[in-house]
Write a protein of this length. Sequence first.
Length: 285
Amino acid sequence: MSTESHEWTIESKGSLLDLKLNEVWAYRDLLLLLVRRDFVSFYKQTILGPLWFFIQPLFTTIIFTFIFGNLAGISTDGLPKPLFYMAGITAWNYFADCLTKTSTVFKDNANIFGKVYFPRLIMPLSIVVSNLVRFGVQMILLLLMMAYYHFVIGAPFHITWAIVLFPVIIVLMALLGLGAGMIISAMTTKYRDLAFLVTFGVQLLMYATTVIYPLSTALEKYPAYAWIIEYNPMTPIIETFRYGFLGEGAFSWGSLGYASGITLVLLLVGIVVFNKVERNFVDTV
């Protein structure tokens, strides 16, 4: 009686640009489970739980208002300082969370990737979706603040037609963070030092984006460095966000188109390197 041994090898095939969207859809239940896991594990054994969604942007807004608005006297284009900073923080937090958490997806999930097969794109997508929940809660806080300043304070701001671009802004922030995060995640499989630089780098990048100052101020006071801010793809995204909800901001179709182009390029590059690395990353992580 003879015995036969069978060895199964799971290997990735197909184009590097293949998103395997049919597989992602087939594993949509896993995507929802991962989103729930991220939400529960992050706030497990905390006293305030999801209230941290409100506390973090609120305290950051207070600090920015005191330091940059009052002490430094940086212009907010005539908008109430807390509203100006809250809008910038809300948009920036979603992008930054997508970027930083996606950038470590290979390292953080190496054990799972090495044991069971599923579309690897599920992991970064679950991060983008779970962060969308946090973004939604912070948007509620922004809307409540807008209602207070409008009906109680009578502050001079107004919603413009550009608010209809809000879904586009969300998609651009998500895809920009996803694309850049997948590139960094692929690189960290060989260069671990990058994982330590990401958080610090994102904080520095915030100061090169119009989160704590309007683009008009940067162009007027710092013309020699304004090009860095202008060519930052997050700048037109945040400016459009403010223009839609608060009526102030340097909105232009050209700038938004530029941001969309950069986002598309980073996303395509991210998909290529992500698909390439996932084929043999278990040997290097």
